[in-house]
Every structure is written in structure tokens, then in C-alpha cells.
Design a protein around this ligand. Structure first.
Ligand SMILES: [Zn+2]
Length: 233
């Protein structure tokens, strides 16, 4: 084969490559963009699932969520940034409301569709827009040992709000979600869920009214003793 034939052969080959490129080229972008779109969609699904929860199982009495983000740190600094609050309990309380809103599905209907009540709304913090269930969110620092104790005894005692308001709230069918977190690290150890059906007036114990000399003289608080607790984690 002469050198000329070789060149012609190569030229013809190149020509057919260019021809086929033009032939398939117009489909190329369509196929390419379809693949990119699908990939993007897939990535979105994966991101969404891993961000919120990998697995949710609702057994008869145990709710198991596997949460990836188990820290309140980030939300706490956001709350501090947005508000000029000094009270630690107020800051952590607000952060916990946002945590639940962003990370947990409604235990009643399995939707993540919460809305926050106004800050001064008494005794209810979140409402599930999908099923209308109202929730009160509480936060309490605890150690792993204390959480184990709560698990073993299935009781949890905490300070409630004003006695008569808390009593009245039983009729409002408010469920409780209580975030138990480690004091220094703000790591969440567990989240307790108490259905309003399991809260009776017997669970609400009055405390001594504040003395006459106190700023809010006569104000009467209460303790709440929860049993029949479901553990979210
Ligand atoms: Zn719901």
C-alpha cells in the first residue's frame, strides 16, 4: 500500500467519524442532559434521605429513628445570632423546637410538616399541619446514666409550667417531645415522646405557691411525672 493510499484511507476514516459525530451529535446533548438530570434527581433523593433519617420503624410501642444530626450546637449558635437572649434555657428550648421541626417526622402521621407557634403561646410549641397534632417541646440536660434510668423505670419527672394551665392543657390533647442532651457538648442522647392519652391529672403535681415576697407572689408551678414513655432513638 502506497503512502498516498494510507493517507486517503485515514482521511476517509476521519470523514466517517466526523459524519457519525454530526449524525449522533444532535442526540448527544439530549442524552447527556437526561443522564445529568437523572443523576441530579438521584443525588437529591440520597441527600434528602440521609439528611433526615435513614430508617424509621414504628413498632407497637417503640419508635426508632436513626438520626444523622444528633447535635444542637449549630442551631444554638443560630438562635443566639438571631436573638439577643441571655437565658440559657430559653436559647436551648428554642433550638430544640427548630431541631424537631427540621429533623423529626410527626409521630402521629409520619409527615415532616411542623409549624412553630408564636414564642409566647402557652404550652404548645409546634403543630403538625398534616394531622393537626399539637406538641410541647421540652429540653433537659442529662447524662447517659440518667437516660438509662429513665429507660429502665419508664418514668420521667420534670418541672412543668403554671399548675392550673398545665392541668387545663390535658384537655387540649398536647403531646410532649422531650429532648435529653449532654450539657457541655449539646449532643442529643435521646428524645422522649409522651402521647397526651397517657397524661392524666394524676401526673401533674402542684408545687408550693411562691411566697408573698417573691416577684411573682402566689404563682404556682407544678411537677409532671410522665410514664408510658416512648423512646424516639
Ligand atoms: Zn402529624
Amino acid at each position: 500500500m502506497s503512502a498516498l493510499d494510507k493517507t486517503t484511507g485515514m482521511g476517509l476514516y476521519m470523514l466517517s467519524v466526523i459524519k457519525s459525530f454530526f449524525f449522533f451529535g444532535r442526540y448527544f446533548w439530549e442524552i447527556f442532559s437526561l443522564v445529568v438530570q437523572d443523576l441530579h434527581f438521584l443525588i437529591l433523593i440520597v441527600q434528602k434521605n440521609t439528611r433526615f433519617y435513614n430508617k424509621i420503624e414504628i413498632n407497637y410501642s417503640n419508635i426508632i429513628y436513626e438520626l444523622n444530626n444528633m447535635e444542637l450546637n449549630e442551631i444554638i449558635s443560630q438562635v443566639k445570632e438571631n436573638n439577643n437572649w441571655k437565658s440559657e434555657s430559653r436559647i436551648v428550648g428554642e433550638a430544640c423546637e427548630y431541631y424537631i421541626k427540621n429533623n423529626i417526622k410527626c409521630v402521629r402521621c409520619n409527615d415532616n410538616n411542623f409549624e412553630k407557634y408564636k414564642t409566647n403561646e402557652q404550652s404548645k410549641d409546634l403543630i403538625c399541619i398534616s394531622c393537626n397534632q399539637k406538641f410541647q417541646i421540652k429540653a433537659k440536660s442529662a447524662t447517659q446514666k440518667q437516660v438509662n434510668n429513665i429507660k429502665n423505670k419508664n418514668t420521667f419527672r420534670t418541672i412543668g409550667g403554671e399548675y392550673s394551665t398545665t392541668l387545663r392543657n390535658i384537655n387540649e390533647q398536647i403531646d410532649y417531645l422531650i429532648i435529653l442532651y449532654e450539657k457541655q457538648s449539646y449532643k442529643i442522647i435521646n428524645i422522649l415522646y409522651i402521647k397526651n392519652e397517657n397524661i392524666s391529672s394524676n401526673c401533674i403535681m402542684p408545687r408550693k405557691p411562691l411566697s408573698i415576697t417573691a416577684k411573682r407572689a402566689g404563682w404556682q408551678g407544678c411537677n409532671i411525672l410522665f410514664d408510658n414513655i416512648q423512646f424516639i432513638i
